[in-house]
Every structure is written in structure tokens, then in C-alpha cells.
Write a protein that binds this ligand. Structure first.
Ligand SMILES: C[S@@+](CC[C@H](N)C(=O)[O-])C[C@H]1O[C@@H](n2cnc3c(N)ncnc32)[C@H](O)[C@@H]1O
Length: 216
């Protein structure tokens, strides 16, 4: 299910071509060729914009792949940032280091090859942003763990919150790729939206990006 009309998406992508640069294009081509689910150019620009808008310095990513989302966060924090990346696949760390160093964006990166929750518990302190993009059955727990460790004025951001329309229950939504994923995402959307300490909205770009601002 296309969340954005293809013509509108094309228009937005054309505008976003302003960010074309060789390493970014290489990262996007790598996703295309390997069918790897990166957050994409438009949501990437949203990540950078959000991080810049709150002056984010300390960021924790749950599920980083080869560093595409981190590319955008690093643009926002600059070298003074502290961006924790997590993934269980050591090959992704190698690729991330290669891409991000060639882009000149590796200075703030601290890559943990480990399950996201384990690395999160081992990394002390609160964060300006926690970004979640792990396997979808982990979303409710990611929110539970993260929500108390984001500073007031900080953000919880999570990708795939519309799950290509599956959360709507619409008859033309695709079948789930794994039992329980849709329910886990829908429960997380409900929990975030109902939390009085956060104000949130799902931006219906690509696969839906929830942005939740901690207000108390
Ligand atoms: C959707 S991809 C990440 C894409 C990345 N955030 C981006 O936009 O480019 C999800 C990644 O998370 C990793 N992953 C999934 N569940 C995880 C978990 N519980 N802990 C750590 N990594 C996990 C997978 O190995 C995969 O590389």
C-alpha cells in the first residue's frame, strides 16, 4: 500500500535530490541491490531536521544496519555528537564504518555489535533522541525501555509505524511478514499516543515515522 501518492513521492524525492552526494547515493544503491530496509531519503531528512531542531547531541539508535539513519543524525550533531549505533550483525558495523568515514560523518559514532536492549542498558545516562528500527516484535519493549531515558524536550522516533497500511486493518493492506508484527506496532502506537508525558504524531511518509516529544 503506497502511503504517499507516487506522483507526490516523486516530487518530494526530486526536491530531496539537493542532498545527492556520492556516499549517500552509494548507501541508497546498496539498499536497493540488497533489498535492505533503510529509512529512506525523505525520512532521513526528517531525522536530520528533528535532531537539529532540538540541538540533539546524544542519540541512541536501536537497529542501525549499515548506518544510513546515522548518516542523517551525524549531519545534525556534527563531530561534537555522541551517536550510539546497535546491530547484532558485525558485517553491518564494518559497512557503516566504511560508508560514514568516507562521508566524513564517523566522528560521533560508537557502534555496539549487540542486541539493542543489552547495549542500551550498558550505556548509561539519558538521551536527546532514541530512534527505534529493530525487529517489530521488539517495539513495545523498546518504547517501555526508552521512554524514561529521554530528556524532557527530547524525542522518541520510530520507523515503520504504519507498516505499509497493515495497522489500519484495511482489506487491501498486505499480509504481515511475520506473525505478531502488526499487533506489536499497533500496540506501540497506542502506548505512545496515550502517554501523557509525550506529544506525538505519525508522519505518513514512506512507512510512517512516529515522532514523540517528551513534555514532562
Ligand atoms: C530496518 S534495519 C535498520 C535500518 C537503519 N535504521 C536505517 O534506516 O538505515 C534493522 C536492523 O536492525 C537489526 N536488528 C533487528 N533487531 C535487532 C535487535 N533486537 N537488536 C539489535 N539489532 C537488531 C537488524 O540486523 C537490521 O540490520
Amino acid at each position: 500500500m503506497d502511503l504517499v501518492h507516487p506522483a507526490v513521492n516523486g516530487y518530494l524525492q526530486n526536491l530531496a535530490a539537493v542532498d545527492d552526494e556520492p556516499v549517500l547515493l552509494e548507501m541508497e544503491q546498496h539498499a536497493e541491490e540488497n533489498d535492505f530496509p533503510i529509512v529512506g531519503r525523505l525520512c532521513g531528512r526528517v531525522l536530520e531536521l528533528l535532531a537539529r531542531s532540538i540541538g540533539a547531541r546524544r542519540i541512541f539508535e536501536m537497529g542501525s544496519g549499515y548506518g544510513y539513519s546515522a548518516y542523517w543524525f551525524s549531519r545534525a550533531t556534527g563531530e561534537e555528537g555522541e551517536i550510539h549505533l546497535t546491530d547484532t550483525d558485525a558485517g553491518n558495523e564494518r559497512k557503516a564504518r566504511d560508508f560514514l568515514s568516507r562521508a566524513g560523518l564517523d566522528a560521533p559514532i560508537d557502534y555496539h555489535v549487540a542486541p539493542a536492549f543489552e547495549a542500551f542498558e550498558e550505556t548509561s545516562g539519558d538521551f536527546d533522541i532514541v530512534y527505534c528500527d529493530i525487529d517489530k516484535d521488539g517495539y513495545p519493549e523498546a518504547w517501555e525501555r526508552a521512554k524514561g531515558r529521554i530528556r524532557v524536550g527530547g524525542l522518541f522516533i520510530c520507523d515503520n509505524m504504519l507498516w505499509f497500511g497493515r495497522v489500519t486493518g484495511a482489506p487491501d493492506a498486505p499480509a504481515d511478514i511475520k506473525e505478531g508484527y502488526t499487533e506489536a506496532i499497533a500496540a506501540t502506537n497506542r502506548a505512545i499516543t496515550d502517554d501523557p508525558s509525550y506529544r506525538s504524531i505519525i508522519i505518513p511518509l514512506r512507512d510512517g515515522l512516529i515522532v514523540a516529544l517528551r513534555i514532562s
